[in-house]
Write a protein of this length. Sequence first.
Length: 94
Amino acid sequence: TDAAVAALVNRPQGRYRGWRALLCRLEHGVYLCGTRRVRLRADAAAERIEASADGAAWADLEEMMRGAEASQHALLERARGASGHAACGRLLAD
């Protein structure tokens, strides 16, 4: 599993290349993906990595990470608003 995951995320033009920096192996088949602890399984022939938080429901790693990215962005925006730094973020965006 781990060798197949490494091969897919290290592939120069691979679809998982962009997520490489967010993956940290904790133990065999278990990774920290950003801030989430997940199980990964890979099919090198199909060039697919799947992730599961509970070991029962599996989703493509790219789809899961995009969902996590969106939820982290929403949390950041809420934190900015709550701390009064929302105006600062708007100034940087202008």
